[in-house]
Design a protein around this ligand. Structure first.
Ligand code: ZN
Length: 484
């Protein structure tokens, strides 16, 4: 018997249980997703084993293909190597991360402890531990959860009412059901569940402005009754981005021992949110930005010269207009081609400014500007802009371990240098020991023989000086290599 015909059509209340509505597309999609989730949960160890998974401790090795962050604008991309340690306690929202390695002219050894009021950001190289005023378990643990199928299965169980079945798709010659997962933070994920094995093999998400991110889970093995992948690949816009090799993995072991700040780290001031700010560092010279990205605006006789191309540029231009309401931006100068230093090109093109960059970056910059006909001017080794009164010089200090071509700005009259990615300075506290990029930067300053008193950068509101460069070079890393 078809129950459809038994429902009185007039009653609004009864309408809610009308099978015609029950078969509506959204509900069908949620129901189908539920079936796929049940089978997948079973295949990854079963509801009981997954519910019993409370803690995880994992060591892994990463190879990062530096797409958009290599020394040159195009492929083949440079690689960097990282080792990582993670511990997670899902019941108590505890997450511990430590990464150490090298790449892009940097050497790093850092960590995070997310544990409610006892949360810390650790820099083993600088020897510092800074309290985290607003620890966010979901944001911090998200990248770890997204590469761990067992934890994604737990998320699917918890959020099954929000999952949709998107359809079927063939991947590597096998049919998959595709379902969505919306986590506490970040865009929705599309999970590909193999129709025969019910294992998670692929995942996708859109991550503007960088594009499409694809995840691939491989080499499943059972540990304590739960399926864990031993290998993982991440692709950005179809290109290799990350390979993770799991070195060791333990489940349901205590994590308390990882929550203490190591005794050799000095406790320093808390990390506070970096809000939008304008700092007039000399007459008509403004460092404007926030959230770890800054641009320099120099007021000339009848125009403005802007330096730096990070994502903050549109917001920084708005702030700059409060200081210099009516002079047009004549030049927008990009320091280098990296994907976090070119989004500003679009704002400069919209302002009608001439974008200053290297010939080698032309294609990339036109794409970033979103304008085939954007006005470009190419620098080779040096370029000078002057209105007869104020002068700005640009020098290519490349090749460095960070980029083949990279510009610094120098204002000889004011003794100001603006740089990107070569003098990483924290918002406050100790200037860390120089990384290879910093060494190359210091050497270039020496060779160019620039006299300066103020050194500002694309990633910090702090104003440093020559003494800070000296101190970075003479300082030794507190902890050069990783391990616990
Ligand atoms: Zn860079």
């Amino acid at each position: 018997m078809n129950t459809k015909f038994l429902i009185p059509a007039a009653s609004v209340l009864l309408m809610l249980s009308n099978p015609l509505l029950a078969e509506s597309l959204p509900l069908k999609s949620v129901n189908k997703a539920g079936e796929v989730i049940d089978a997948a949960v079973e295949a990854h160890g079963g509801a009981e084993a997954l519910a019993g998974l409370k803690t995880m401790v994992r060591e892994a090795e990463f190879i990062n293909f530096r797409t958009g962050q290599s020394r040159n604008p195009g492929p083949p991309y440079d690689t960097s190597h990282t080792q990582s340690f993670n511990a997670v306690d899902l019941e108590n929202d505890i997450f511990v991360a430590r990464n150490w390695g090298e790449g892009g002219g940097y050497v790093f050894n850092q960590g995070t402890i997310i544990n409610d009021e006892n949360s810390w950001q650790l820099n083993y190289r600088s020897g510092t531990a800074a309290p985290l005023a607003e620890p966010d378990f979901d944001t911090q643990s998200g990248p770890f959860i997204r590469v761990t199928p067992a934890l994604l299965m737990k998320q699917l169980q918890d959020r099954r009412g929000q999952s949709n079945w998107l359809g079927e798709a063939e991947v590597d010659g096998r049919m998959h059901d595709v379902i969505t997962l919306v986590m506490a933070v970040g865009p929705a994920l599309a999970l590909y569940i193999d129709q025969e094995t019910h294992m998670l093999t692929h995942m996708e998400r859109a991550l503007p402005p960088f594009g499409q991110v694809e995840y691939s889970f491989q080499d499943y093995t059972m540990i304590d009754g739960i399926a864990f992948n031993q290998k993982f690949n991440l692709y950005v816009n179809g290109e290799d981005n990350l390979v993770i090799d799991i070195k060791s993995l333990k489940t349901n072991v205590p994590v308390d021992q990882y929550l203490q700040v190591p005794g050799n780290l000095e406790k320093v001031a808390a990390i506070t949110p970096d809000e939008m700010s304008t700092n007039e560092i000399d007459e008509g010279v403004f460092l404007i930005g926030g959230n770890g990205t800054y641009a320099l605006f120099v007021e000339m006789e009848d125009h403005v010269v802007a330096v730096g191309g990070t994502q903050t540029v549109p917001a920084s231009i708005k702030e700059m207009r409060k200081e210099i309401p009516d002079k047009p931006i004549k030049y927008g100068v990009l320091t280098h081609h990296h994907n976090d230093h070119t989004p500003g090109a679009a704002a400069y093109a919209q302002e009608g400014a001439t974008i200053v960059t290297f010939k080698e970056n032309e294609t990339l910059v036109r794409t970033a500007a979103g304008d085939e006909n954007a006005k470009l001017e190419f620098v080779d080794e040096k370029m000078t802009l002057t209105d007869g009164n104020k002068t700005i010089e640009f020098y290519n200090i490349g090749p460095t371990p960070h980029a083949e071509n990279i510009l610094i700005a120098y204002l000889p009259g004011e003794g100001i240098i603006f740089e990107a990615d070569h003098f990483p300075q924290p918002a406050s506290g100790v200037i860390p020991a120089a990384v290879p990029a910093t060494m190359a930067f210091a050497k270039a300053l020496d060779q160019l023989d620039l006299e300066y008193t103020k050194l500002v950068g694309a990633h910090s509101a702090r104003i440093a000086g020559p003494a800070d460069v000296e101190s970075a070079i003479s300082r030794q890393p507190v902890s050069a290599t990783g391990g616990n």
